[in-house]
Design a protein around this ligand. Sequence first.
Ligand SMILES: Cc1ncc(COP(=O)(O)O)c(C=O)c1O
Length: 428
Amino acid sequence: MVNNAEEILPKYWYNIIPDLPKPLPPPRDPLGAEFSRIDLLRTILPKEVLRQQLTIERYIKIPEEVRERYLAIGRPTPLLRARRLEEYLGTPAKIYFKYEGATPTGSHKINTALPQAYFAREEGIEHVVTETGAGQWGTATALSATMYGMKSTVFMVKVSYEQKPMRKSIMQLYGGEVYPSPTDLTEFGKKVRKENPNHPGSLGIAMSEAIEYALDHHLKYLVGSVLDVVILHQSVIGQETIAQLDELGEEPDVLIGCVGGGSNFGGFSFPFIGNGRGKKYIAVASAEIPKFSTGEYKYDFPDSAGLLPLVKMITMGNSYVPPPIYAGGLRYHGAAPSLSLLMKEGIVGWREYNENQIFEAAQMFMRTQGIVPAPESSHAIRAVIEEALEAKRANRKEVIVFNLSGHGLLDLPNYDSMMKRVTSNEQR
Ligand SMILES: Cc1ncc(COP(=O)(O)O)c(C=O)c1O
């Protein structure tokens, strides 16, 4: 496969916006707002990132320098067949997975961190800033910034900073500067700390701090999910998968991925949807953050502090505080506008699973395939197992393909806690 890596890696990113069944409702400023969030976006995003966020072009050329970096980090990532899982389930379905955990940072997040860092560098920026929840996005940002000779500052949700010291270490080893948020580095952080010196932090607060810090220090802000430009960059996943399936002569029936903000699911499935490939698309969220079953489709802020423009999406409300589940990357109140529209139109279906269900699925996958999946990705695995068992009941020979968005080797303490909890429940 490495031999034809050059051919499998796409030359263009795919943008689903012109292929959506309805025009995407545009981002907007709140009525009577004291400042324009759309102008703020212009200030903090690298110019080319903003242009790509707003474009309705279907294909956007990937700069050669970025393609080279994609190849250097091991793209195309492997498309593997989960034969032992198929055998274990006794299903007539074939199960394939795209393994984004094979990237050096361990997840799909590097696919957009690299181009965003590249565009910032092209503008002469020397320092970028972002926030991170569980740490995957911060890790990808730290490595990408260093690869393009820039500094990076990462505001990491304090509770994760304390619970996941290895994520902090890897960001620092890559050259990132990491702060547990809330900090005293921003006015917003100071305000939060004044109200509660022991505040555990949240993604919304970390995001607000990163944006304020970018504004104060004239830095550029890198975006980890939700915005269309992120899904655009992530389209390398789906396009590679199509080329790899074509090489194998397989036609996919069902495509499955997990959803935090929607970038790995969108990047994986949108090239299939746009090309009329596949019959069923399933987006999987956490049942502890039940946005698909209980969220509303309405204009809302993508960030908790309300600094970014309002977008129309499925949301639980930007003041919603997600419970501290182990799949930190799924602790988000909404879903990307393009994905929300496709779900509203009935093109993309959904599932929600709780932590016990995803733990069971993760363990089955580890024991059959040997790979430790990220807890986020284990949500997709649960849906795959259910789909494969349904195919068995109906004696249907279908092809199920899912995106394994990351490995879980830095999540072992979380799996350990889940294992203890499940074991003690069983004994009760
Ligand atoms: C491994 C992994 N999968 C999935 C997600 C969810 O994000 P998104 O929906 O943007 O892909 C994250 C977010 O941090 C993640 O780290």
